[in-house]
Ligand binder design. Structure first.
Ligand SMILES: O=C(O)CCC(=O)C(=O)O
Ligand SMILES: [Fe+2]
Length: 551
């Protein structure tokens, strides 16, 4: 590093005056981008007053009582805008296994009034909008410098991929961390350019991994933005510019507040090695992607991991250790299958399975047909959708596609955006048939989980005979996939001739089981010895029941 133990500083007015790669300020920017992709930004146009107000608002928000903040929790319904409580935030690096020791408020583009998202504080979204606009402008100035640094015309990158860039704001609050704890785990940013301002020069904490593998503790003044390039910048430049690992550790005794601005490209901007970054010595390293595709591919595993963590934790399951394997197996196009099978295994009502699926599913599903083989229903939907469909049109198209029962057509219409009112129906269509009384409710009504009793009310329930010793049972319909719930006191379960079966929980105190195909199941009460290998102990078993799971 040229400037020992701190990042290089890039002065915005110099970049705005520069006209070529030879200019000193541009060379400096290029060096910073090639070394770590991190640099400090001075001479920026962000009004002090705007930053004062933003930090004041952020502090006011995080100081609200927890239950008040939880009213603004981010979810699929809010487009992931909103509050992420301490320990819950998602980090786009799968390497981060520990909870994030920070609270955040994430706000894609601040919502328009028509979206009707409640304001946590008066003037909240209009303040965010001003901040968003000012940061976009600063990003444009940097983009000019980056174009020059790559030997391109000053407006090249902006014209190519930043017509309507996807840019997001994150307000972050890091309480002091305990010795050895990370406030925000090591990660690279997946987008193009990130800008971070912090409220104090006393409370630092951002660390950047240098090419030699050691960590540099960044020192920045109050409000001086730290800029860093993300993975898309690295891919675009064929690894010439770097997207470096970084993390936050607030070791001070004061809370740290930061405002983070993620500036991606246009959703459908193609990211393929820029011509000036390819040579005989530096052959093209990455396949073409689009900004939206790449970000989704990074976020989907993180989102699935987070949803599964919450799911298993809520069931006090011991599956948490296997998360990575499950994520790896299902993340590519199999999340519907995953939630359908978890729904069956854990006896979730369809409503809950749908809700979990909705929290995980990537909002874009690739659908294509050869031009000569577009199915008639799809063609009809395409004709109806036209170039720029409005919400009512999407809704009506989606409804008829779902009625036709063609999943791929539904998914195609869905690409145009799924109106909120149609979401529950869409998820259910994607989940497959399984119409029960509960399916008639909307997701909104289902947010509160139904009481235990009503969870099984829509499935057939059989009370089995009282068992003594061991009992062999034939499932009521052996062709069905079925699920049973063991009552308290039942000590052992064993399935025979199973093509595929699972017996969950502690072998001695099973909670559930699932089998598929023709088979019988043996159940043992405490007096039976074949499961535990012990003689009679404990109270006699009371009862058990079969439950058909219809998903
Ligand atoms: O708060 C910070 O300083 C940086 C946070 C960060 O790296 C991120 O949110 O991606
Ligand atoms: Fe980051």
């Amino acid at each position: 590093m040229a400037e020992a133990e701190n990042l290089r500083t890039v002065h915005v007015p110099d970049l705005l005056n520069a006209s070529s790669q030879e200019d000193l300020s541009v060379q400096l920017l290029r060096d910073a981008c090639c070394e770590t992709g991190f640099f400090l930004v001075t001479g920026h146009s962000l009004p002090q007053d705007l930053l004062d107000k933003m930090f004041a608002m952020s502090k006011n928000f995080f100081e609200l009582p927890e239950e008040e903040k939880l009213r603004f929790t981010s979810s699929e319904r809010t487009g992931w805008r909103g509050f992420n409580p301490y320990g819950s935030g998602q980090n786009c690096s799968l390497a981060v296994k520990r909870p994030e020791l920070k609270e955040t408020f994430y706000c894609g583009e601040p919502p328009a009034e028509s979206e009707g998202l409640a304001e946590p504080l008066p003037g909240f979204y209009s303040q965010l909008r001003s901040f968003h606009g000012a940061l976009l402008e600063l990003s444009r100035a940097l983009l000019r410098g980056l174009s020059l640094a790559l030997g391109l015309a000053p407006g090249h990158l902006a014209d190519l991929a930043f017509t309507a860039p996807v840019a997001k704001v994150l307000m972050a609050f890091y309480p002091p961390a305990h010795e050895g704890d990370l406030s925000c785990g090591a990660h690279t940013d997946c987008g193009f350019l990130t800008l971070v301002c912090q409220d104090s020069s006393e409370t630092q904490g951002l660390q950047v991994k240098k090419p030699d593998g050691t960590w540099l503790s960044v020192k920045t003044d109050r409000y001086t933005p730290v800029a860093n390039l993300g993975d898309l910048a690295q891919r675009w430049t064929n690894d010439l510019f770097r997207s470096s690992w970084h993390r936050v550790r607030n070791v001070s005794s004061s809370p740290r507040f930061s405002l983070v601005f993620f500036n991606n490209m246009d959703e459908d901007a193609e990211v393929e090695c820029l011509p000036s970054c390819e040579s005989a010595e530096r052959p093209k390293k990455y396949a073409k992607t689009t900004c939206g595709e790449y970000v989704a591919s990074k976020m989907s595993p993180a989102r699935l991991r987070l949803a599964l963590t919450k799911f298993y934790a809520s069931r006090k399951s011991d599956k948490l250790g296997n998360l990575d394997k499950i994520v790896e197996r299902y993340v590519d196009g199999r999340v519907v299958e995953l939630w359908a099978s978890l729904g069956s295994k854990y006896n979730l009502p369809p409503s809950s399975a749908v809700q979990w699926l909705a929290s995980t599913l990537d909002s874009r599903v690739a659908v294509q047909w050869p031009a000569e083989a577009v199915p008639e229903v799809a063609q009809r939907a395409l004709d109806e959708l036209g170039e720029d469909p409005d919400e009512a049109c999407v809704a009506s198209c989606l409804r008829s596609a779902m009625k036709d029962g063609d999943l791929r057509v539904s998914a195609m219409v869905f690409i145009h955006g799924c109106p909120e009112s149609q979401r529950p129906a869409l998820w259910r269509t994607l989940l497959g048939p399984g119409r029960t009384a509960e399916d008639q409710q909307t997701l909104r009504e289902r947010r509160e989980p139904p009481a235990r009793e009503s969870q099984v009310s829509s499935v057939d329930r059989f009370r089995g005979p009282e068992i003594r010793g061991s009992t062999q049972l034939q499932p009521p319909d052996s062709a069905l996939s079925f699920l049973f719930v063991a009552a308290p006191g039942l000590r052992g379960v064993e399935s025979k001739d199973a093509v595929r079966d699972e017996v969950g929980g502690d072998r001695r105190v099973p909670g559930w089981g699932r089998c598929q195909g023709r088979k019988s199941i043996s159940l043992a009460d405490p007096s039976a010895s074949f499961i535990s290998g012990r003689g009679p102990s404990g109270p006699a078993s009371e009862d058990f029941h079969w439950v058909h799971a219809k998903f």
